[in-house]
Ligand binder design. Structure first.
Ligand SMILES: [Zn+2]
Length: 325
């Protein structure tokens, strides 16, 4: 399977949305879309998305007229793109919960995307992730990092420009690269292949996941893999293989998934990020899940996908079969 197909299997990744980059600078087109009753706006409030329905959450999308009737200005709406000839925008709502009530249908409410994500249709999940990520960037870039003057949004919300004419610095939306890596070890005596999972400080006692960390300035992704694994577990990585990526707007990362080969298997935790790290065979994962002594990363995460891809290549069948209900 190629990287593109692998990535589209990750939650929040599989969007059919046309990002319409060439239309972003066309103010007249943007104004027309915000006057078009067919246009849909994804409301975001305090980084939460609006859902209705309990067991199967459905995103609530609003028309520009609904937002205006509720007293919200659509001029700051951010163009996400077009899908089936409908324009989609995101709007960060500022106000207390009571001021939002005219917008919220009966039984609907603002919820964390991370909780609702696995239950969403892929296209919807990816659009909500995009809305959450870009509104988060706007809220935190109201002032110029160069001179401190206020910034204003431009190009459909894909740029902020410093309002000081002498500076006029352009600020583009950012995403923070983070690597996540499933380290594998094959004993020289032909023993069973094992994967390395760690439990972060503060996590539940039984929850284990792949090693992850942010890529530092001036660092390649592969160097970040080697450094993070060494810092957190003392394991020296001898090879790294890229698998797939996943937008992870909690709040603003992109996760870059790798597998890596361990040159040794003696674990030594050098930083204080992990409370524990262990090697697991596939059989030990099955036993741990069965006895409830082990929990793995949620299915919404690329950490789960990396583990699942490795596990399913063994002879115990699909990992999904062993997950508790
Ligand atoms: Zn400036």
């Amino acid at each position: 399977m190629d990287h593109f197909r692998r990535s589209t299997l990750n939650y929040f990744s599989a969007g059919g949305l046309d990002r319409a980059t060439l239309l972003r600078p066309r103010d007249e087109w943007l104004h027309e879309r915000l006057a078009d009753p067919a246009t849909r706006i994804i409301p975001v409030w305090q980084s939460r998305n609006l859902f209705e329905g309990d067991n199967v959450p459905r995103p609530v999308l609003l028309s520009p007229a609904q937002l205006r009737a509720g007293g919200f200005d659509c001029a700051e709406a951010i163009l996400l793109g077009t899908y089936a000839e409908v324009a989609y925008f995101a709007l960060d709502l500022v106000g207390d919960e009571a001021s939002l009530s005219p917008l919220i249908p009966s039984g609907a409410g603002f919820r964390e995307l991370r909780d609702a994500g696995p239950l969403l249709e892929a296209n919807a999940g990816s659009m909500l992730a995009y809305a959450r990520a870009i509104t988060y960037w706007h809220v935190r870039h109201r002032y110029c990092g160069d001179c401190g003057a206020a910034t204003r949004a431009a190009e459909g919300g894909h740029l902020r420009v410093c309002s000081d004419a002498a500076c006029a610095q352009k600020h583009f939306p950012r995403t923070d690269p983070a690597i996540i890596v499933l380290v594998l070890h094959q004993a020289a005596n032909g023993g069973e292949e094992r994967c390395l999972l760690g439990r972060q400080v503060g996590w539940p006692e039984t929850l284990y996941s792949a090693v992850a960390g942010f890529v530092e300035p001036g660092e390649s992704l592969e160097d970040a893999v080697v450094r993070e694994v060494a810092e957190e577990t003392g394991i020296a990585v001898t090879a790294a293989h890229y698998c797939s990526s996943q937008p992870w707007p909690f709040p603003s990362a992109i996760m870059l998934g790798f597998t890596a080969i361990a040159g040794n298997d003696v674990i030594a935790r050098h930083d204080q990020e992990l409370a524990d790290a262990r090697w697991f065979t596939r059989g030990e994962i099955v036993a741990g899940l069965g006895s409830r002594q082990l929990r793995v990363a949620r299915r919404v995460s690329i950490a789960y996908r990396l583990l699942e891809d490795w596990f399913d290549a063994g002879n115990l069948g699909p990992l999904l079969r062993y997950l508790p209900d």
